[in-house]
Design a protein around this ligand. Sequence first.
Ligand code: AMP
Ligand code: ZN
Ligand code: FE
Ligand code: FE
Length: 282
Amino acid sequence: MIDLHTHSIVSDGSDTPARVVELAVEAGCSALALTDHDSLAGIDPARRRAVELGIAFVPGCEVSCRSIGPGGMHVLVYFVEEDGGPLDAELGRLREDRRRRNLALADRLVALGLPVTYDQVVAVAGGEEGIGRPHFAIALLQAGAVDSVDTAFHRYLADGRPGFVPKSRLTGVEVAALAAASGGVAVLAHPFSTGLEGAELARAVGGLAEVGFSGIEAIYGRYSPRRRRELVHLARRFDLVATGGSDHHGALKPDLRVGTGRGDLKVANQVLVELEARRPGG
Ligand code: AMP
Ligand code: ZN
Ligand code: FE
Ligand code: FE
């Protein structure tokens, strides 16, 4: 078995990249992809550990895109290296824009009269790298301005609320093109997160197949057997690879473990073989 969706401390996971590789070996995986949000920085340390332990390693990342539905859209990219061309360069620009957004968001909350500063948010996040709205929500909670993270989003941080400050996002088409130009492939992560179902989801997935997507994540850690089957069928219908992974984040999502997810996950080695065949020139 394999796992094609994991996060480390490079984004919002709690394990080091090397530790994620160790957990994959302990779980009995023959291959692992590290897919941190918007960054390729974990690839080198993870690969080094993978070579030491004799497990196949797939360099990857997960990009939050402008969505095709009412929910969020995440795209997994595989076979892309750090300093590996246009995608890595674009991820750097996205990280800069995130920092700009975070500074503006802190100003906005102060302007709303809320007792929170940028420095406090940095302290919550343990550094400036990869700060996101969840860290602002925790800072608001710690300051006593809200009674839960959920309230912080509903009252201030969610799209359409007074504290919402947008940041730039790539479209799925752009990510697919950047992936291809960097020697990689694009896969729609946890498709139901888009908020689409049934015929609407099918239409959207068909559109992604047309613009160069290679797969959809069907065998996802948090999906029921029925939903996984539905997505496997959808993948077949559009000649896409039905990929799979746990979405391991360590302590942040303790119910999801590398390789086994909630205990019922099993992604076959064959999935990686099929995905390799979709690489540009592959
Ligand atoms: P950011 O990338 O900084 O804009 O933050 C996005 C993250 O905020 C998402 O990955 C979610 O984990 C979290 N998030 C977004 N909307 C909500 C919400 N309504 N309630 C709780 N968490 C949310
Ligand atoms: Zn994450
Ligand atoms: Fe995701
Ligand atoms: Fe993820």
